[in-house]
Design a protein around this ligand. Structure first.
Ligand code: NAP
Length: 307
């Protein structure tokens, strides 16, 4: 048996078309253009490439977008001041500070400085609290977990009553995803187990999963015999394991590998996401969806699409 590949690139394209339609409706009916600022501190290559991709997506959707580049040496106060400027800019509905930040800057302090109503990354404590409450309290879902939920649902998997096992408990993936999938709601209502480095028998937990989500950051951690036959496997891991020359550009590009032994898992799983082309494109897409939502909330416009 060979697993079905869940293409994040294709699903992301479909959702971006929905977002584009919604953004057009906002412009035509209300004269509102969703505005996003991405703030980059320093020039770390991975961060530069993530911010570039986010700006490109915003541009393609005809958002009003601003790229703010700050030097590696920027102080915490200067960064807070910059955020505050955008907190008070009515053209900007969403503020994204690219993480990680340099060591001398307290990351949580910076996240706390973003207006929760412009926190399109969904990392502000107010939005995480709203997520915990669930239902109508939720404003912004963190982008990667939201993308994962969309992948599962749009690939046709039922979360209701499913055994979901999440490997990893980070604040940006594992923890918020567990909260989302345990809610009494559509695309959720699952029985969720979260496993981590202190878990005694990782393989045994994974083997129970109807839906196995792996966000550990360890290449090839999940072996084929950890997967229940027919399970839906979502590989969140993005690990740089080497470099190769791009056929298109002739430039050196990283070789990426997920947290799941992909080739072997293909023989056991019912469906699996590839790396790259799985969760990655979804994360950026959900950021765009959150930016449109932020513009709608700011103008008290009812949401047409709920991603
Ligand atoms: P993180 O903050 O490093 O957290 C990793 C989690 O995995 C931790 O909870 C850790 O457990 C657990 N873990 C690590 N090794 C493990 C092992 N051998 N067995 C069991 N649990 C283990 O990482 P993250 O930010 O969540 O990211 C995880 C991966 O997803 C990375 O590869 C990252 O690049 C990728 N990612 C991709 C996207 C995307 O858009 N595609 C977005 C975000 C992250 P402890 O808590 O016990 O240490």
């Amino acid at each position: 048996m060979s697993a079905k590949i869940i293409s994040g690139s294709e699903i992301a394209r479909t959702i971006r078309e929905e977002i584009a339609r919604e953004a057009l409706r906002l412009r035509q009916e209300y004269g509102i253009v969703p505005g996003l600022v991405t703030i980059l501190v320093g020039e770390h290559p991975a961060s530069v490439s993530y911010v570039t991709a986010k700006q490109r997506a915003a541009h393609e959707l005809a958002f009003y977008s601003v790229q703010e580049n700050l030097p590696e040496t920027v102080t915490e106060q200067e960064l807070e001041k910059c955020i505050d400027r955008y907190n008070n800019d009515p053209k900007i509905h969403g503020i994204l500070v690219q993480l990680p930040l340099p060591r001398h800057i307290h990351e949580q302090k910076i996240i706390n400085a973003i207006d929760p109503d412009k926190d399109v990354d969904g990392f502000h404590p107010v939005n995480l609290g709203r997520l915990m409450i669930g239902g109508d309290a939720v404003k912004f879902l963190p982008c990667t977990p939201a993308g994962i939920q969309q992948l599962i649902v749009r690939a046709g998997y039922t979360t209701e009553g499913a055994e979901v096992v999440i490997v990893g408990r980070s604040n940006i993936v594992g923890k918020p995803l567990a909260v989302m999938l345990m809610q009494k709601a559509r695309g959720a209502n699952a029985t969720v187990t979260v496993v981590h480095t202190a878990t005694k028998d990782l393989a045994a937990h994974c083997r129970r999963a109807d839906i196995l989500i792996v966000a550990a950051g360890v290449p090839g951690l999940v072996k084929p015999d950890w997967i229940k036959p027919g399970a839906c496997v979502i590989d969140v891991g993005v690990n740089r394991v080497g470099e190769k020359t791009s056929e298109k550009t002739g430039k050196k590009i990283p070789i990426l590998r997920g947290d799941v032994d992909f080739e072997a898992a293909m023989e056991i799983a019912g469906a699996i996401t590839p790396v790259p082309g799985g969760v990655g494109p979804m994360t950026i897409t959900m950021l765009m969806a959150n930016t449109v939502k932020a513009a709608q909330y700011a103008a008290n416009i009812p949401l047409a699409a709920k991603h």
